[in-house]
Ligand binder design. Structure first.
Ligand code: ISL
Ligand code: CA
Length: 547
């Protein structure tokens, strides 16, 4: 399948479109909006999880891999969505969450019932170290990774919520169950998978040891490539699919194995180096530091040149786990700067080599909302992290934590899609499960679709250009002015075609004599741009093409 020319659109179903006014987005809501996505020009939809789930982590805790959550609809609704999407030439990727299940999954209910239950070994159980946990390791949501279970006097392993016990991939029966489930969805017509934390499935010995010591992170464990090659052979290589692995902590060297162009594992992976640049120290991602442009460019360059000709990049600045990219990397201090910086960010991303991902609302320049207290948040992570950093470790005060939440909380991405200026932004007539960003009166799809200068129509152009210009897909990448803290510039070259991308990353008018672009203007986020780079307006992005 031609995923190298494709653009993926991520839907977070509970916040996309509500068809029955219960305040929760659903599958029939997505069907209603397929024409909107067709208009935007995207090729593939990635659906965040829609399976049965107790929703401790918004569906990333699955209790039945074969059925649809009643909140989202029925299996028949899903089949209709598949058909309607396919009729419009749009593919659908399911979210595959198989590092862990819900604690309400029948496998886990059985597994915890006794030490000799046949499903015991489906999960990871260990004795304590004396009366302490096997290790003192903390997981992604700032909670201990070992959870004591009284019934059998042992601990089970979880990197995420307590209600997300991790599957034991060493057990062949587990792997076969997963492959069987994947094939069921592929047989139904699903076009591939986005694979949740797929590089955590093989646990290194140092992660699981029982010595009361610190433990070790479980990224890229010893058998992960073997497992993925097995999965590849037994499932998706027998179909025409697209696969993308979510791989926190992946390096360029590891990514070359996961996303090798030889097709032995996955088509591409999400790296976290870029969105995590500043996430150092005991507070992790919970800080208010801004990323330095030179760092941003260094990491981009590292991945663009590192994978060129060897593996394939996924390009993203936002998803359901990240704050809104225009708030984080752009400028929302005025309507004007929001529009310019949203288009500038899109330009920088879409002209790189890889498959671009557009997260719902990004194409409208949707922004973070204001969090005044924990009551405004819904995400499990907020409450566990608050307990750890504010109450237990006192690394944050209430105020500094609130400031960090306003920068980095995952709920920023999860407020409802802003369709129009009607009640609840046209998302639902019922009370939405999470508050609507009050700026929907000005920022909404309806206002942008018919405005030829809107962010929406700018994204539409970028998406269309990828299909027209082979240099966008296959050209090499060369970074210009690596040390500049004002300008993001690079070139792409293929055969005799050259693109020069130049962007002003500041809110000021600047001079840019260091770049001598060749050819004509291809696209720009300001009207009537000059055919040079001598002066750039705030957040101006100009792309030149020489054929
Ligand atoms: O957002 C994060 C926590 O700070 C990330 O570290 C995130 O947990 C990590 O990228 C894994 O994300 C995926 O698996 C999680 C789920 O909560 C996320 O929504 C999902 O994208 C557990 O299934
Ligand atoms: Ca609904």
């Amino acid at each position: 399948m031609d995923w190298k020319k494709s653009v993926v659109y991520q839907i977070y179903p509970r916040s996309f479109m509500d068809s029955n006014d219960d305040g929760i987005g659903d599958i029939r809501g997505i069907i209603k909006k397929l024409d909107y996505l067709k208009l935007l020009g995207i090729d593939i939809i990635w659906l965040s999880p829609i399976y049965k789930s107790p929703d401790k982590d918004n569906g990333y805790d699955i209790s039945d891999y074969y059925d649809i959550s009643e909140k989202f609809g029925t299996l028949d609704d899903f089949k209709e969505l598949l058909e309607e999407a396919h009729n419009r030439g749009i593919k659908i990727l399911m979210d595959l969450v198989v590092n862990h299940t819900s604690d309400m999954h029948p496998w886990f209910i059985e597994s915890r019932s006794s030490k000799d239950n046949p499903k015991r070994d489906f999960y990871i159980w260990r004795d304590g170290f004396g009366d302490k946990k096997p290790t003192t390791q903390y997981g992604f949501f700032n909670e201990p990774v070992w959870q004591y279970d009284e019934k059998t006097d042992q601990y089970y392993f979880h990197n995420f919520a307590v209600e997300q016990p991790e599957l034991n991939w060493e057990n062949e029966e587990v792997r076969e169950e997963v492959y069987k489930m994947m094939n069921t969805w592929l047989d139904m017509g699903v076009d591939g998978f986005r694979m949740d934390v797929i590089n955590l499935i093989s646990k290194p010995e140092a992660t699981l040891r029982v010595d009361g010591g610190p433990g070790a992170p479980c990224e890229n464990g010893p058998r992960v490539h073997e497992f993925l090659q097995e999965m590849n052979k037994k499932t998706f290589s027998n179909y025409n699919t697209i696969t993308v692995g979510e791989t926190p902590g992946v390096s360029v060297e590891e990514a070359k194995k996961y996303a090798n162009l030889d097709g032995s594992e996955l088509d591409m992976v999400f790296q976290f180096e870029l969105v995590g640049i500043e996430d150092k120290g005991p507070e992790g991602k919970w800080h208010t530091r801004k990323i330095k442009l030179s760092d941003f460019k260094r990491v981009t360059n590292h991945w663009q040149t590192g994978l060129h000709g060897k593996a394939w990049n996924s390009l993203y600045l936002s998803n359901h786990d990240q704050p809104r990219c225009v708030s984080r990397f752009g400028n929302t201090s005025s309507e004007f700067l929001r529009e310019k910086s949203a288009k500038m960010l899109a330009t920088i991303l879409h002209f790189q080599q890889g498959t671009p991902y557009v997260y719902q609302g990004e194409e409208l320049g949707m922004t973070n909302y204001t969090i005044n207290s924990l009551d405004d948040c819904r995400d499990y992570e907020v409450f566990s992290v608050y307990k750890d950093l504010v109450e237990d470790k006192k690394i944050h005060t209430e105020e500094s934590m609130l400031a960090a939440l306003n920068e980095r909380c995952r709920d920023h991405a999860r407020t409802p899609m802003q369709w129009n200026d009607d009640v609840n932004a046209g998302f639902s007539k019922g009370e939405p499960w999470i508050e609507v960003n009050p700026n929907y009166k000005t920022i909404n799809a309806e206002a942008q679709i018919n405005d030829e200068n809107s962010i929406f129509n700018y994204y539409k152009k970028l998406i269309a250009l990828r299909k027209e210009l082979p240099v966008m897909v296959d050209g090499n990448f060369e970074l210009l002015l690596p040390d500049s803290e004002e300008i993001f510039a690079y070139t792409r070259n293929l055969d005799n075609c050259k693109l020069t991308i130049v962007a002003n990353y500041t809110d000021k008018i600047i001079k840019c004599d260091g770049v001598k672009p060749e050819g004509e203007i291809l696209i720009c986020n300001y009207p009537n741009p000059k055919n040079n780079c001598e002066q750039l307006q705030p957040y101006e992005a100009r792309v030149f093409i020489k054929k």
